[in-house]
Design a binder for this molecule. Structure first.
Ligand code: GLV
Ligand code: MN
Ligand code: MN
Length: 399
């Protein structure tokens, strides 16, 4: 809990927590985590995409690893536990093993992924995609709001993007990936349970829509002659909400919108907004994306607005491996906790890592299901229960 507090102090937002990929705050957090990893008996360094990567050798050097971890970046005005709890708990487990000089028949690696949230560049899981080999080099041209590309940002951070292929792991080097994360939902709290075992991570699709109308004088252009891009966007936002409500398992969100030129007396000529659609079934999500696109186009056409839709990123449903679910369940049971399985509505690095190795996740209860919000909160007792289950899982892990 103290370490989550310490990480939360590295923030660009005074009085709150915002820490985006490759920022000065990110650098400071990385340094803290590298120090904790070394204290816990690991070798630790920053890799070429900006992940903090630590390794604790098994009973002989060079063995394949059980990979643990989570992310160190945050959303804007974030909570202190989303991502960080998983990194800190994994380090704690290694520290427990190393304090009694225990070596396992496999190595342990802990990764603090540099970018999971995708806040800065709009494309998520850069760190885990680089490790899993799913990062198309063309993605490095993606720019942030100030026009800096990922490639430039990596160089300014002192990293060498051409080294990224060298951090991609081979199948077989990684026996499995296990991540502890706060639930970010209300299920465990409602059931009175400190932890739960994840069955699968819902898939997501992210789009960026640009609407171009005609800027004009707010006083002189009659209503019937306007091509107001923001009024069109307002209709689109409600259409996206309707799509999200059309199926119980579907969610759809417009999380970001910008209107230009942005003055009280000017009709907005240009608007950009994002769409995030998620579902536990890929077919349901793909259908919803198609419906959203066609609704946005229809609304634009009716209002004589030019519309450009860009597909930013899609990741399919990531199922946790049944054999790992079973091992996590045994670890939960061994700590005297009733086993509860649940799906993940949020995205996680496992979605990228599943292409490298089987994945599993352990959720820790959070208060009122609140996350992506400064009110995100967990208890020390639940964090302790989560770490104890993770350690039990690690010690009994069967590749
Ligand atoms: C990551 O937190 C996401 O699910 O957007
Ligand atoms: Mn998050
Ligand atoms: Mn997260």
């Amino acid at each position: 809990m103290q370490r989550c507090e310490a990480l939360a102090r590295h923030s660009e937002l005074p009085g709150g927590l915002t820490r985006v990929f490759l920022s000065p705050e990110n650098r400071a957090a990385n340094e803290l985590v590298i120090g904790w990893m070394r204290e816990a008996g690991m070798e630790a360094k920053l890799d070429a995409i900006g992940n903090v990567a630590g390794r604790y050798e098994g009973n002989r050097p060079g063995l394949p690893c059980l990979m643990l971890g989570s992310h160190l970046d945050t959303v804007r005005n974030a909570g202190k536990y989303d991502g960080m709890l998983g990194v800190v708990s994994a380090i704690e487990c290694v520290a427990a093993l190393s304090s009694r000089k225990a070596r396992l028949p496999f190595a342990l690696e802990v990764i603090g992924f540099g970018d999971e949230e995708g806040v800065r560049f709009g494309t998520t899981m850069l760190g885990s995609r680089a490790v899993a080999g799913g990062l198309d080099p063309a993605v490095l041209k993606t720019k942030d709001a100030k026009g800096a590309s990922i490639e430039q940002a990596l160089r300014e951070f002192g990293l060498q993007p051409e080294q990224i292929p060298a951090i991609t792991r081979k199948r077989g080097e990684v026996l499995a990936y296990a991540e502890l994360h706060i639930e970010q939902g209300p299920v465990l709290e409602a059931e009175g349970l400190p932890v739960g075992v994840v069955t699968a991570i819902n898939g997501f699709s992210r789009l960026r829509v640009t609407l171009s109308g005609m800027a004009g004088h707010a006083g002189t252009v009659p209503m019937g002659l306007r091509r107001d891009a923001l009024a069109a966007a307002a209709e689109c936002v409600l259409a996206v909400e309707r799509i999200g409500r059309s199926e119980p398992e579907l969610v759809a969100t417009v999380g970001k919108i910008e209107a230009l030129p942005g003055a009280i007396n000017v009709i907005p000529g240009d608007v950009m907004f994002t769409i995030d659609i998620r579902a536990p079934k890929d077919s349901l999500r793909n259908d919803a994306v198609m419906t959203a696109e066609s609704e946005v186009r229809k609304i634009s056409e009716k209002r004589k607005i030019r519309c450009d839709i860009e597909h930013l990123q899609s990741l399919g449903v990531a199922a946790c491996a049944p054999r790992l679910i079973a091992q996590l369940e045994r670890a939960v049971g061994a700590k005297g906790i009733r086993v509860r399985r649940l799906p993940s509505g949020a995205g996680h690095d496992g979605m990228a890592l599943k292409d490298l190795a089987d994945i599993c996740m352990l959720f820790v209860r959070c208060k009122d299901g609140i996350s992506h919000n400064p009110a995100e909160s967990i208890t020390a007792a639940d964090a302790g229960a989560g770490a104890a289950v993770l350690l039990e899982f690690i010690e009994k892990f069967q590749p």
